[in-house]
Structures are given as structure tokens and as C-alpha cells.
Write a protein that binds this ligand. Structure first.
Ligand SMILES: Cc1cc2nc3c(=O)[nH]c(=O)nc-3n(C[C@H](O)[C@H](O)[C@H](O)COP(=O)(O)OP(=O)(O)OC[C@H]3O[C@@H](n4cnc5c(N)ncnc54)[C@H](O)[C@@H]3O)c2cc1C
Length: 403
């Protein structure tokens, strides 16, 4: 089939990353097509936790402050407290200064795609990209349709076809695999959780399952979580793939037992790959850029990726705008923005993660509990985005400045 239209930008994938890029470029007046292989509303395996830095992004960029998110039904539940464990030992618990919110991805992603459409982007659902011609800036769909664009944005998630079409020198496969994570997650309806939880695990959950729990060392180089959701309790476990390849399922069953959920040990959790620090430092080649999971952007400790999907999309949209208006080289401009605004944070968080897990793996016991008690509040601030992982300094501008 012949190329029909030439766009300024074609976005491959309509998760939080793709919709943000399409929205921002659409708002700037560019001709944008977003190609999403599934139809909205579509689900995505995810705990749906929105830290404060995500919530602030939604306010600043999409003009969706918390009351608007609530009105639109995008906030499914709110976590005002938290509990942090290492194994079965409770290290920290209490009230959060600012809450964590929980969303359901089928609603969240559909809403953001709608916002992109309102900003002028063309949303093509049920359209799967099958091939990318980087030299001519053309993507071809599985139906043989061709879309030509001045830039191509790979926002197609962890299994990104766009990423796999780039040269190895950009992706560096060994580095990619070194910090690739793997997660298992089970969604348990609340009535079942109430009826079948036996409360005899070594970690006692609150009666209403309202408190987000993080359990470090629930598997090797990873953690377990229990997140509230309006109709369900979300239980998951995830860690570095290369350390957990053989026995993550066993660790998951053990984790269920630890939290008094052994009645669910026979349920089949959903498995998914997740970035855990395997970001590509220069995720661009000719007229193509990678954003979100496609480029490996997520928190190296927690695998929290929604914020990083939004933020890399914002930085990429800024670089694309400069490229299209001033002919600034795209790859260099986007890489410079990432190096300035995101990668130092990810490096500092990776160093903290390696320190924490190094302590847990050490042959002699290191008083990690004492360290976490002393620094835990600052680590939470850094996760929420009000402090930097670099020396835990306060920085109001940390996640909002672009240039
Ligand atoms: C078990 C688990 C729990 C998680 N919990 C959290 C959490 O609580 N909080 C948090 O912030 N993050 C969490 N994450 C991470 C988060 O889900 C991701 O980081 C986030 O979804 C990344 O957004 P994205 O837009 O880059 O990719 P995605 O959300 O994966 O979107 C990619 C889109 O591209 C489409 N696509 C793929 N291939 C093609 C193609 N060839 N053509 C067209 N379209 C295509 C897909 O259908 C999809 O819609 C979790 C991840 C896992 C696995």
C-alpha cells in the first residue's frame, strides 16, 4: 500500500509515554499520528501506583490536578500510610506526608490518549507497527500500511519493536539485560481477600488492606508489594531477571504465605518484564527516539515507570520541537536533556539500590534496618520526588525543569 500522509511525528504505542508525547507535540501544532496495536480501554499489568512526582506531572502538563483526576474517576484509591519491611521485619511504618494514589491503567491510559486526541493528535487504535525504516523515516503496519514522518517515537513498551530495530551500538544488549527486571502480579478481589486471608503470616496486613506494603528481599535483588485498589488487592513480586530466572514463582508463593495469603498460592500470577535500571543512555538514532519502558526508563529500585514514561516523553517532545524548528540534531539534543534532567537521578538511585542489596547479600550481617530507619523518610521523599537521590537534597525544580 502507498504512503498516505506525511506526519511530523509518528508515535508507536499509546501507553503513558506515547500519549504524553502525542499530546505535547499535538498542542505545539505538529501533525502527529499515534499508532496503538490494541483498542482502548486496554489493560496493562501494573500496580497502578502514582507517586507525588507523577501526580504533579499530571497537574503541570495535562492540567489535571488531584480533584480533576478524582472527578474523572482516575484515582481508584489513596494510600495515606505505608509499611516497609526487610523480609518479615518491619523497618518503618506510619503516615505519609503526601499520599500515594492508585489508578487503574485501563482508565488512565484511555483518558490520556483522549487528551492527546483533543490536542490534535490522530489516534489509530488496533494498528500494530511491524517494521521501521529508519533511513527513510517510515513505519509499516502489520496490514502493510505505511506512515512517513519527520521523526519516529518508540513508545511501545518493554518488548519494543522500535528498539529492536535499532543498531546494537545504541541498545547495547548486555547492558540492557544486566538490569532487566521480571515481575509477577496477582489481582485478588477484595471479598475473596477478606474471606480467605488467614492472618497467620509473619507480616500482618491491616484489616482493610488499605496500607501500601513494600517488602524488600522478598526475592533476590527485588521486593514484594501489596497495593490497595478499590475492588481488589494487588500483590506482586519483582526483581532482577538474571538473579530470579529459576525461582521467582517459588518466591511469590513464599511471599503469599508471609502476608497470610497462602490460600491464593495456586492462582496463576501474570508475569511481565520490567526495567530496573537498564535505561539506554542515548536512546536515539537518526530520526528515531525511545521513551518510557521502550528505552528502559523506570525507577531502578521500585520499577515505578509511569512517571518516567511521562517525563522521557516530555524531554523527547522538547528535543523534537527544537529539531523541527531549528534543525538541532535530534539524538544529541534528546541525549543531552536526559543526561541533564534524568540520568544522574537514575544513577544515584541505582547506587543506593546496589548498596541496599549488597548489604543484604553480605556474608556478615550489616545493620541495614538501622540505616533504613535513619534514612527511610528521605528515601520516601526521593521516591515522591521532593528530594533528589543525589545526596537527598531538596530540589523543587527537580522534575519540572526541561532545559
Ligand atoms: C507487575 C508490574 C507492576 C508495576 N507497577 C507499577 C506501579 O505501581 N507504578 C508505576 O509507576 N509503574 C509500575 N509498573 C511499570 C509501568 O507499568 C510501566 O513502566 C509503564 O506502563 C510504561 O509506560 P509506557 O508507555 O512506556 O509503556 P506501556 O504502558 O507498556 O505502553 C506501550 C504501548 O505500546 C503498545 N504497543 C506495543 N507494541 C506495539 C506495536 N508494535 N505497534 C503499536 N503499538 C504497540 C502496547 O499495546 C501499549 O499500549 C509496573 C510494571 C509491572 C510489570
Amino acid at each position: 500500500m502507498e504512503t498516505q500522509t506525511r506526519y511530523d511525528a509518528v508515535v508507536v504505542g499509546g501507553g503513558p509515554a506515547g500519549s504524553t508525547a502525542a499530546y505535547l507535540l499535538g498542542e505545539s501544532g505538529y501533525r502527529v499520528a499515534l499508532l496503538e496495536k490494541r483498542a482502548y480501554p486496554r489493560d496493562k499489568v501494573c500496580g497502578g501506583c502514582l507517586s507525588q512526582k507523577s501526580v504533579q506531572f499530571l497537574d503541570r502538563v495535562f492540567h489535571l490536578p488531584v480533584p480533576a483526576l478524582q472527578r474523572e474517576g482516575l484515582l481508584d484509591s489513596t494510600g495515606t500510610g505505608y509499611a516497609l519491611y526487610i523480609g518479615s521485619t518491619r523497618i518503618l511504618a506510619g503516615d505519609l506526608v503526601e499520599p500515594l494514589y492508585f489508578t487503574r491503567r485501563e482508565h488512565y491510559d484511555a483518558h490520556l490518549a483522549r487528551k492527546a486526541a483533543e490536542a490534535g493528535a490522530q489516534i489509530h487504535e488496533g494498528v500494530e507497527v511491524a517494521a521501521i525504516d529508519h533511513a527513510h523515516h517510515i513505519v509499516t503496519t502489520s496490514d502493510g500500511e505505511r506512515y512517513a514522518a519527520r521523526v519516529i517515537i518508540g513508545a511501545d513498551g518493554i518488548h519494543s519493536r522500535v528498539r529492536r530495530s535499532l543498531p546494537e551500538s545504541v541498545v547495547r544488549p548486555e547492558q540492557w539485560h544486566e538490569n532487566l527486571g521480571w515481575a509477577l502480579e496477582l489481582t485478588i478481589p477484595r471479598e475473596e481477600a477478606r474471606a480467605l486471608a488467614n492472618g497467620d503470616g509473619s507480616i500482618r496486613l491491616d484489616d482493610d488492606f488499605a496500607t501500601p506494603h513494600i517488602v524488600l528481599a522478598a526475592c533476590r535483588r527485588g521486593y514484594g508489594w501489596v497495593f490497595p485498589n478499590r475492588e481488589a488487592v494487588i500483590v506482586g513480586i519483582g526483581g532482577l531477571l538474571q538473579k530470579n530466572r529459576k525461582d521467582l514463582r517459588d518466591h511469590f508463593k513464599e511471599f503469599l504465605k508471609t502476608i497470610g495469603f497462602s490460600a491464593f498460592a495456586d492462582r496463576r500470577p501474570v508475569g511481565f518484564l520490567v526495567p530496573l535500571g537498564n535505561y539506554i543512555p542515548s536512546p536515539a538514532h537518526e530520526g528515531t527516539v525511545l521513551i518510557g519502558d521502550a528505552g528502559g526508563f523506570a525507577s531502578p529500585i521500585l520499577g515505578e515507570g509511569i512517571f518516567y514514561a511521562h517525563r522521557t516523553a516530555e524531554l523527547a517532545a522538547h528535543a523534537i520541537d527544537r529539531h523541527l524548528t531549528t534543525a538541532a540534531p535530534l539524538a544529541e539534543t534528546y541525549t543531552a536533556l536526559l543526561q541533564r534532567r534524568l540520568i544522574p537521578e537514575l544513577q544515584a538511585e541505582t547506587a543506593l539500590r546496589d548498596f541496599l542489596y549488597g548489604c543484604l547479600d553480605a556474608p556478615v550481617q550489616i545493620p541495614l534496618g538501622a540505616f533504613m530507619k535513619a534514612t527511610g523518610a528521605r528515601v520516601i521523599d526521593a521516591v515522591q520526588g521532593s528530594r533528589s537521590f543525589l545526596g537527598f537534597r531538596r530540589d523543587d525544580n527537580l522534575h519540572s525543569a526541561v532545559w
